[in-house]
Design a protein around this ligand. Structure first.
Ligand code: CP
Length: 303
C-alpha cells in the first residue's frame, strides 16, 4: 500500500466518511489510539489559524506523537527555500507526517509525487481550494444531530467565492445525498456553484433548511474589491442571520459556522451561543475528528 495523504474531498466516499465519524466518536468517548509509536509530526502553517492549528496539535499529542516545532517566519522558507524542499528536508530528518496550511490552491499537487513518498501530507487548507479536516468535522457534527446526510437540506451562506469550506462541504454533502442551497451576495455565487445547488434569497432559505452553514466574511475584502462594496452593518442586515431571520428557522434546524466568527456580521452576536448553534461543538468535534484522520493517515501497512 502506498503512503497515505489526506488532501481533499475527492478521496472521501460515504463508507470512508462513516468510518472516520465512528472512529472520531469513539475517541470522544475515550477510545485508545492504535498507532505504532514513535511518530513525528510537524505543523506547517503559512496562513494564520487558531482552531485548525491547535486542534491538530492537540490531536497529535493525544495520539502520543512527538510534535516538532515549525515556524515559517524563522524557518529557511524566509530565505527562499521552496515548500517542496522544506517537506523533503523534514522527511530526511525523520518527520513522518506534515500538516500544511498554505495560501496557494492545491499546493499539495507538487508535493505528492512518486519521488516524495516517505512523508504523509495532511491538508489543513489550501487557498480557496479545500479544507478537508473542516469538512470532516462538519460531517461529524451533522451526523451527531441527524444520524444521516441523505435528504437533508443544507444552506451555505456568505463568501462562497473565496471559501475552501464551501467547496469541500458542498462536494461531500452532495455526494452523500444532501440537497445544497446557496445564499449571500449574489456576485459571490459564481459559476462553479451552480451545478451543486440553486441560489435562494436568505429569507426563504432559512425557512427550508435543516443545516444553515454560515461562512466567515473576509473583512479585508469589504470595500477592497469591486464585488463587495458594503459595510459590516450593511452585510449583516442584508445577508447575515439576524435574530428575526433565526426565528423563521425550523425547530430542529441547526446553525453552523467554521469560525472565526465576525459577531454581528455573519450572524448576530447572541446567536453564536444560542440553542440552535453548533459552532463551539464543531470546534470540539474537530479535535476528535483530526485524531481519527491522523490515525488513518499513519496506519499504512508498509510504513
Ligand atoms: N475554521 C478554521 O479553519 O479556523 P482557523 O482558521 O482558526 O484554523
Amino acid at each position: 500500500m502506498a503512503i497515505r495523504h489526506f488532501l481533499s474531498a475527492d478521496q472521501v466516499n460515504e463508507e470512508f466518511s462513516l468510518e472516520l465519524i465512528e472512529r472520531a466518536e469513539a475517541f470522544k468517548h475515550g477510545a485508545e489510539p492504535h498507532i505504532e509509536l514513535p511518530k513525528y509530526a510537524a505543523n506547517l502553517f503559512f496562513e494564520n489559524s487558531t482552531r485548525t492549528h491547535t486542534s491538530f496539535e492537540m490531536a497529535e499529542r493525544k495520539l502520543g506523537m512527538t510534535v516538532i516545532p515549525f515556524n515559517p517566519e524563522t524557518s529557511s522558507v524566509s530565505k527562499g527555500e521552496t515548500l517542496e524542499d522544506t517537506v523533503k528536508t523534514l522527511s530526511a530528518i525523520g518527520v513522518d507526517l506534515v500538516v500544511i496550511r498554505h495560501s496557494e490552491d492545491a499546493y499539495y499537487e507538487e508535493l505528492n509525487t512518486p519521488e516524495n513518498q516517505a512523508i504523509s501530507i495532511v491538508n489543513a487548507g489550501d487557498g480557496a481550494g479545500q479544507h478537508p479536516s473542516q469538512m470532516m468535522l462538519d460531517l461529524m457534527t451533522i451526523h451527531e444531530e441527524f444520524g444521516k446526510f441523505s435528504g437533508l437540506k443544507v444552506g451555505i451562506v456568505g463568501d462562497l467565492e473565496h471559501s475552501r469550506v464551501a467547496r469541500s462541504d458542498m462536494e461531500i454533502l452532495k455526494r452523500l445525498g444532501s440537497q445544497i442551497f446557496f445564499s449571500g451576495p449574489k456576485e459571490w455565487y459564481t459559476k462553479d456553484f451552480e451545478s451543486y445547488g440553486p441560489y435562494v434569497e436568505l429569507k426563504e432559505l432559512v425557512k427550508e433548511v435543516d443545516v444553515l452553514m454560515l461562512l466567515r466574511v473576509q473583512l479585508e475584502r469589504l470595500h477592497s474589491d469591486e464585488k463587495s462594496e458594503f459595510s459590516k452593518e450593511e452585510y449583516h442586515q442584508t445577508y447575515g442571520l439576524t435574530d428575526e431571520l433565526a426565528g423563521l428557522m425550523k425547530d430542529e434546524a441547526i446553525i453552523m459556522h467554521p469560525a472565526p466568527v465576525n459577531r454581528d456580521v455573519e450572524l448576530s452576536s447572541d446567536l453564536v451561543e444560542c440553542e440552535k448553534s453548533r459552532i463551539f461543538p464543531q470546534m470540539k468535534n474537530g479535535m476528535f475528528m483530526r485524531m481519527a484522520m491522523l490515525e488513518w493517515t499513519l496506519n499504512c501497512e508498509d510504513k
